[in-house]
Design a protein around this ligand. Structure first.
Ligand code: KIV
Ligand code: NA
Length: 265
């Protein structure tokens, strides 16, 4: 098997074949996801919550991210490997370049992701100029949970929706290679996807995206209070392997997400 590249994912997007993506935090999860045909694996800073037991993603450090990215990289042969830039690791252009390079050189990531709006245009531009593939995460940005006042759907009001569209286009023009939309109304996600030429991956963003991502613990029924946009794919399956394959199949066929996993407005 050959390693998927950004061009391969762009090809899936151009052919309108949904991109199946999951988070992973260790080598075993990575190996099973490869076998199941997951296209894109994210070492999310959600590891602060689901692996390390913190209340939020804010305490996650660069060292935490590198430790888990290395583990996932060792288990992965096919899927593209993306790693999150943790809270406060990209406040200046220099710091962002330094930390992104660490995730790639020490961690083995092929791509990084940061939570951003138009404020991050300078960082994304610099990364793009230096050959660092970058995904911009818009909508619900968990690193801003204290500013947002909780985990809630974003872009419901017309003004906020227009701002998100503008931010998404600004980040694409700055050189972002992918957009990730978390907890946004399906209609807004569809609008952004229609305007974007780069892949738009959704989580709680409805079916009209180029791909879907979920936290692996949420699809394996391991979370106490899984978010409404997630689905337990272990139900009715005999193994974790079968559950992962069912997830990939559901994303590829368009049967996930259904209306009950989406926010209509
Ligand atoms: O950290 C994470 O797991 C993420 C995904 C939920 C998109 O950013
Ligand atoms: Na994240």
């Amino acid at each position: 098997t050959k390693r998927l590249t950004l061009r391969d994912l762009q090809g899936l997007c151009d052919r309108q074949e949904p991109i199946a993506s999951l988070t992973a935090y260790d080598a075993t999860q990575a190996r099973l996801m490869d076998a199941a045909g997951v296209d894109l694996v994210l070492v999310g800073d959600s590891l602060g919550m689901v692996v390390l037991g913190h209340e939020t993603t804010l305490p996650v450090t660069m060292d935490d991210m590198i430790y888990h990215t290395r583990a996932v990289a060792r288990g992965l042969r096919r899927a593209l490997l993306m790693a999150d830039m943790p809270f406060m690791s990209y406040v200046s252009v220099d710091q962002a370049l330094h930390n992104a390079a660490r995730l790639m050189q020490e961690g083995g990531a092929q791509m990084v992701k940061l939570e951003g709006d138009a404020q991050q245009v300078a960082v994304v531009t610099a990364m793009s100029h230096h050959g660092i593939p970058v995904c911009a995460h818009l909508g619900l940005r968990p690193q801003s949970v204290h500013k947002l006042g909780g985990y809630r759907v974003q872009g419901r009001e017309a003004a906020a929706a227009q701002r998100m569209i503008k931010d998404a286009m600004a980040l694409q023009e700055a050189g972002a290679d992918m957009l990730l939309l978390e907890c946004v109304p399906s209609t807004l996600a569809a609008e952004i996807r229609a305007m974007a030429r780069i892949p738009v991956i959704g989580i709680g963003a409805g079916a009209q995206c180029d791909g879907q991502i979920l936290v692996v613990q949420d699809i394996l029924g391991m979370t106490d209070h899984a978010p409404r946009f997630a689905k337990n794919f272990l139900t009715g399956q005999a193994s974790v392997q079968a559950a992962l394959a069912a997830y990939v199949q559901a994303v590829k066929s368009g049967s996930f997400p259904a209306v009950e996993h989406s926010f209509l407005s």
